[in-house]
Write a protein that binds this ligand. Sequence first.
Ligand SMILES: CCCCCCCCC/C=C/C(=O)SCCNC(=O)CCNC(=O)[C@H](O)C(C)(C)COP(=O)(O)OP(=O)(O)OC[C@H]1O[C@@H](n2cnc3c(N)ncnc32)[C@H](O)[C@@H]1OP(=O)(O)O
Length: 310
Amino acid sequence: MKLSSRIPFRLALKQTPEQRSSSIDTYQRTMLHSNLLRLVARGGPKRLMSTATKLTTVEVNDKTGIATLTMNRPPVNSQNVQLLEDLQKSITEIENNKSRGLILTSAMSNVFSAGLDIHEMYNTNEERLRIVWTELQNAWIALYGSSLPTAAAINGHAPAGGCLLATACEYRVMVPNCRIGLNETQLGIIAPKWLMSGFLNVLPKRVAERALTQGRMFTTQEAFEVGLVDEIANSKEEALEKCSAFIGSFAKVNSLARGLTKLQFRAENIKEFEKIREKDVANFIALASRPEIQKDMGIYLENLKKKGKK
Ligand SMILES: CCCCCCCCC/C=C/C(=O)SCCNC(=O)CCNC(=O)[C@H](O)C(C)(C)COP(=O)(O)OP(=O)(O)OC[C@H]1O[C@@H](n2cnc3c(N)ncnc32)[C@H](O)[C@@H]1OP(=O)(O)O
């Protein structure tokens, strides 16, 4: 839902029924009614924040104070530089606005995020690769290192970078019949250690090692059984509600103590990451520039396109 279609709705609510029926046509009334139902289902009106982003939106629930950060880059929320930068801006904005928590979700109906945009890594130059990888690092650390309570409402598939964002959060709720995982080895690439940290935070080491070496994509049910997701929800709305309930569970906890405790748990991973981040960019450029990796990426993209046309 875009800003433009929300604000008139909020203003329209202040009018009398007569004023409303004279000022809006039937189509608009139908839209407003479904918006109202959606708002009621999500537990109260939401305020869209004045974010200067193109590919993300931030809505704050006036009642709960929880911000929902929505990725909106059709068709699959693949992470290009713009989306990665917008994610960072939105996270900063949510932190500065003293929201009570952050829920990350997607505007797509069946994909949370398809991971890095492979087009950004294919047939490009070193400088672009540097920017792509640096922005992925920045987006990850902004989310992983946030002291706010964070949750992911995973309303679709979440491979690779999608799983990275979801596991950077503290809690995950996923809809049925989707897949999540770090499939890098299936693409012939090696996920660096920082990229595995969230995964390793939530899975027993043995399960994580096997999944990473296999490049395994878990179904929703399998992810729930191993603890990669915390709950299953039947719809995006239900997933958002469950994420809100998780964030609400901290209502009576001192937020400074909570945030610092969280960061103590993550400090070691963050410190390790800060030590190697420059080297990690160089490693990525070297790896992604290799002719055989470029060739594999080209084939992978072709196969994705062919699959889409079937
Ligand atoms: C030390 C340092 C070491 C460095 C080590 C390096 C580590 C690198 C870490 C890499 C991290 C990554 O995230 S790499 C990215 C990995 N991601 C993936 O493997 C996901 C691939 N995508 C999918 O599986 C599917 O698209 C899925 C997400 C399930 C959605 O399926 P759908 O049927 O709904 O949609 P599709 O028809 O497949 O896709 C719709 C269109 O989007 C495109 N598309 C899909 N995923 C895309 C993607 N990731 N990038 C670009 N484009 C993508 C398709 O080609 C289609 O294009 P058109 O046909 O033109 O419309």
